[in-house]
Design a protein around this ligand. Structure first.
Ligand SMILES: *Cc1c(COP(=O)(O)O)cnc(C)c1O
Length: 379
């Protein structure tokens, strides 16, 4: 065991016994000198690669100027990021927080306040985070074990099944319909445009808010800033987090300018929300997500998907852009362990799915190297 692995840390993660010291682009370097190609990117977080020069410069400049003021006052990085996100969305106000789960919590509370209705519809197999509210809307019973009772009045519907969704809202008490446009942790399962359109229609007829969890699929990961842009339905609420500040902690709840108003002063808060360093980093990420880079994501993602489809032992390849899942005919964890040994970092999604969420700046050569390693391990 490495020195770090013996630290008195609560064992809620099954960590690999690797201790990283530095990173550069798509590469991570461990303390024993080994190098790893990072196709997890910190679980879809390191959007532009490790130590991206513009993000480092933006965060540094802010770090040298001002770190924190509280939300009793304004800072310009937060205000500018709110403007940039509003422009990407086409008119939205943002609440800033520090993680994906926090952005979900904020959206659940916002929908409750705005609609006055307690019911929440979420999807089976979904993942929305580990705090009690976010866990309550996560459609994976195994993750609930040992933590019940949870937040009441959550109904789970089947993904891509409009009837199941309507049935879950049939009592007229639903104020929030929560959907990942592409389920991440649940197995990289895309929702269909038709399903999202029916969810929007249902939200309209029920007076509920349609809430998309783009914590993983957002910030350019699928080749558009929001994944929903490719699916034809715009939500009332959107959660962003993971990839937004290239690894600095941040979460954001976007509320469409056309959605019902919810929060007033005093309704919700978080001490660190809108942290100027995180917001400065996020602004650099947002600026880097040009149409050229987004087109690159689609191109290099297609190359990766195509390569994965050629590998024996891969039954299905799903997802968009650089949020891809390769379903195996065996558990993914052993395969991931063998890839780590060969210097390729991957994550799993569900039990049988290898998940690929590399930095958006990877080149075809990185993809080819990753494909070679996966091919070696699987054959
Ligand atoms: C990771 C994730 C979350 C939770 O984010 P945290 O920052 O870990 O709290 C919520 N929703 C989705 C879709 C995620 O992938």
């Amino acid at each position: 065991m490495s020195n770090a692995a013996q630290a008195p840390v609560i064992p809620n993660y099954a960590r690999f016994d690797v201790t990283f010291e530095s990173g550069d682009g798509a590469w991570l370097y461990a303390e024993d000198g080994k190098e790893y190609l990072d196709f997890g990117a910190g679980i879809a977080v390191i959007t532009l690669g490790h130590c991206h020069p513009q993000v480092v410069a933006a965060a540094h400049a802010q770090l040298d100027t001002l770190w924190h003021t509280s939300n009793l006052y304004w800072t310009n990085p937060m205000a500018e990021l709110a403007r940039a996100l509003s422009a990407r969305f086409g008119g939205a106000q943002t609440y800033f927080c520090n993680s994906g789960a926090e952005s979900i919590e904020a959206g659940l509370k916002y929908a409750r306040k705005a609609t006055g209705k307690p019911g929440i519809v979420a999807l089976e197999n979904s993942f929305h985070g580990r705090t009690f509210g976010a866990l309550s809307v996560t459609g994976q019973p195994a993750k609930h074990m040992g933590f019940t009772p949870l937040v009441p009045d959550v109904r789970f519907a089947k993904q891509n099944d409009a009837e199941s969704l309507a049935a879950a809202a049939a009592d007229g008490k639903v104020g929030c319909i929560l959907i990942e446009p592409i389920q991440g942790e649940g197995g990289v399962n895309p929702t269909t445009p038709e399903f999202l359109a029916s969810a929007a229609e249902l939200a309209r007829s029920e007076g509920a808010l349609l809430f998309f969890d783009e914590v993983q699929s957002g910030t350019g990961r699928t080749g558009t800033f929001f994944a929903y842009e490719q699916l034809g339905t715009q939500p009332d609420l959107t959660a962003l987090a993971k990839g937004l500040a290239n690894g600095l902690p941040i979460g954001a709840l976007l509320v469409s300018d056309t959605a019902a108003r919810g929060f007033e002063p005093g309704d919700h808060a978080t001490t660190f929300g809108g942290n100027p360093v995180s917001c400065a980093a996020a602004l650099a990420v947002e600026a880097a997500l040009t149409s050229e880079l987004l087109a690159h994501v689609q191109m290099v993602g297609a190359h990766l998907a195509e390569g994965l489809r050629q590998i024996p032992g891969i039954r299905d390849v799903r997802g968009r852009g650089l949020m891809l899942g390769a379903e195996l005919d065996q558990p993914a964890l052993d395969i991931i362990g063998a890839c780590v040994e060969r210097g390729l970092l991957l994550t799993s999604a569900g039990t049988n799915v290898l998940r690929f969420t590399p930095p958006l700046v990877i080149e075809a050569a990185h993809v080819d190297r990753a494909l070679t390693i996966v091919h070696e391990v699987l054959t």
